[in-house]
Write a new protein. Sequence first.
Lengths: 153, 153
Amino acid sequence: MADELFPFAPRGSTEEVEEGRALAPKFDADGLLTCVTTDAGTGEVLMVAHMNADALQRTIASGEAWYFSRSRRALWRKGESSGHAQRVVEMRIDCDQDAVWIKVEQAGPGACHTGRRSCFYRAVPLGDAGALMLEFRDGEKLFDPRAVYRQKP
Amino acid sequence: MADELFPFAPRGSTEEVEEGRALAPKFDADGLLTCVTTDAGTGEVLMVAHMNADALQRTIASGEAWYFSRSRRALWRKGESSGHAQRVVEMRIDCDQDAVWIKVEQAGPGACHTGRRSCFYRAVPLGDAGALMLEFRDGEKLFDPRAVYRQKP
């Protein structure tokens, strides 16, 4: 386990984790932390995904976004299928070091596998406890996911 | 379980979840989804936290941010101890409906329990696979957490 976490520091006291300069990420029971990805230009949240230690290391080392897919149980480089890679402009980590925020330059028309710029293309109306109908916002499809993500022969 | 999820819709097909207008959130094995909270004015990511079904319902109904603390296993309204509440300007949900993004007006000087505006006050240097030293950014403490979060008598 120690080798797996290299070059990360061991978790220290709360004071060390919150006020220190050592990168000591807290991976959950599945070995993952949360990553929020925003557009470096507009600030828009493009996606929320997960990173395991390997994905985090590769992202830091390469400056390109790598994630871990929970559904596929696999490491992936954003854009490896679609070409829509993400160059990381800045990475931040939060107080308890269980989440990172990356600001990226998004290649291609969008980050979402549905064909949209952002995964967050629907708003939840507030103040209505009854039947909730989502409202599409910025929901235009900018590319055809069937063409972009189709299996290579 | 069905009652607990009211007023949320059951999970349908992938097409229904991604392209439909029904709010059908996907809670994880612990009954949680991820919430990204940004400043409605600046776009800055203030915090990443979790919501259970109850927290999500209360946030939608009240327009104020409610979360579920994994460490304390408790529902909490942001600001109930500190006074630093969050008024939700807009809520978005992502393609597979396992994460929400709320844009908020943050009351008080900051969202982070360490006394800072945002929980993301340290940057992770990129391109260096060796020993990683975090860099403080916007790391000024704007309030004294010992005073703000102290137990009431």
